[in-house]
Write a protein that binds this ligand. Structure first.
Ligand SMILES: Nc1nc(=O)c2c([nH]1)NC[C@@H]1CN(c3ccc(C(=O)N[C@@H](CCC(=O)O)C(=O)O)cc3)C=[N+]21
Length: 378
């Protein structure tokens, strides 16, 4: 009798995902194969996603299944047993990888304290009362504490003047216990962001938004002191999952100063061939389908669909959007710029939202702050 085995795919190693020492950090499912005898289908607990069994019915002979090669692996173990592995993407566990980075930072901070008697310091400047910004600032401070990094903070009212913000930045520039300064974005409209970000000391620019850091990032043979946290987090997710970048086609969806543009520059520095797709690109789907790596940072909820992707590609979803969901306590849930359910059926690797890029942003902020302090005490 024929037997179909569906696997949620988490543990399947693909040709394009070379084993690396850190690859195991991509959380893989315990081979959660489902064995469905005849038509008694069960439901697989996927990797954070529910994966329904497909085509769980008896199969008369070997290799009569028409599932696309990238999505199913058909094999026979003899004895008339046909195994069909429906391959859905390996979920990249950003939370676990971020935790590993934070642990590395914590150990290095402890070593610094032993060696120099000093610890890194991070100053976060918040202007206004945006709820989301307040939440992010709180989690940054908490992450600092856990890593042994001293945290400083100044909250200014919504109607603070640009000069007041600049005065706070100058004070932190002059404070030797502060090695990183972050001005939470977006700021209220009446404040000139370019002027404020340019006032942050280049040596303390943990966000990497200072023109000198961005300028160096964009040029060959130059080294910025800091690289923007979210884009650096995206690259770390790829590298720590063992996904090769050099020589690959990468597409960045979105061209913002904070994510899209620096992410494209970083990929290019790692020898990917990079295309940026944006709101005026006529054929984004077609361009995305060429990509081995897609970084979605367009700020449009679930814009990138499974049909936009090349089978087996790696998808890094930077978006955080609240989607109405009456079944949730809060009435909404967080989704990315990628339509996860369709994308995970095509991609080889994909980051979830939440639990993907977001936690990495904070982990890299700590790492950047540590590196700033290491340079100060070198
Ligand atoms: N100067 C500046 N630097 C920033 O790095 C910066 C900023 N401004 N403004 C706002 C954005 C946003 N941001 C995030 C940080 C952590 C999560 C994060 O940890 N997210 C979790 C939880 C999400 C949740 O539950 O709300 C997740 O995705 O799993 C998300 C987003 C940093 N930003």
């Amino acid at each position: 009798m024929a037997l179909i085995e569906c696997d949620t795919g988490g543990g399947i190693v693909r040709p394009h995902s070379p084993a690396s020492s850190s690859a195991r950090l991509a959380r893989s499912s315990p081979s959660s194969a489902i064995e469905a005898m005849a038509s008694t289908a069960r439901v697989a607990r996927g990797l954070g996603a529910r994966v329904a069994t497909r085509g769980a019915s008896s199969v008369p002979t070997n290799r009569t299944l028409s599932a696309p090669a990238h999505r199913a692996r058909v094999s026979s173990s003899g004895r008339g047993v046909v195994r069909v592995r429906a391959m859905s993407a390996t979920i990249i566990d950003g939370k676990a990888i971020a935790q590993a980075v934070r642990e590395e930072v914590r150990e290095k901070v402890a070593a610094m304290r032993t060696r120099t008697g000093k610890v890194p310091g991070l100053a976060v400047v918040l202007v206004g009362e945006r709820k989301d910004s307040q939440t992010y600032v709180r989690s940054k401070k908490k992450a600092c504490e856990e890593a042994g990094i001293e945290s400083f903070g100044t909250d200014l009212p919504e109607d603070a003047t640009e000069d007041e913000v600049l005065a706070v930045v100058e004070a932190y520039n002059a404070d030797p216990n502060v090695h990183g300064i972050l001005v939470q974005l977006p700021m209220p409209k009446h404040i000139n962001e370019e002027r404020v970000l340019g006032a942050i000391s280049y040596e303390k620019d943990v966000d990497g938004f200072h023109p000198l850091n961005i300028g160096r990032l964009s040029q060959r043979g130059r080294e910025p002191l800091f690289v923007p946290c979210t884009p650096r987090g995206c690259i770390e997710l790829l590298e720590r999952t063992g996904i090769p970048i050099a020589g690959k086609e990468a597409v960045v969806v979105g061209r913002s100063n904070v994510v899209g543009t620096p992410a494209a520059l970083l990929l290019q520095r790692r020898d990917a061939t990079v295309t940026i797709v944006h709101s005026r690109t006529p054929n984004p789907e077609e361009i995305c389908r060429r990509a081995d790596i897609v970084i979605a940072a367009c700020g449009q909820m679930e814009m990138v669909k499974g049909s936009w992707l090349k089978p087996g590609c790696a998808v890094i979803d930077v978006g955080i959007n609240a989607k109405d969901d009456p079944s949730k306590k809060l009435g909404y849930r967080l989704v990315g710029d990628v339509e996860f359910d369709s994308a995970k059926e095509v991609a080889g690797h994909i980051t979830p939202v939440p639990g993907g890029v977001g936690p990495m942003t904070i982990a890299i902020l700590l790492q950047n702050t540590l590196e700033g302090a290491e340079r100060a005490y070198a």
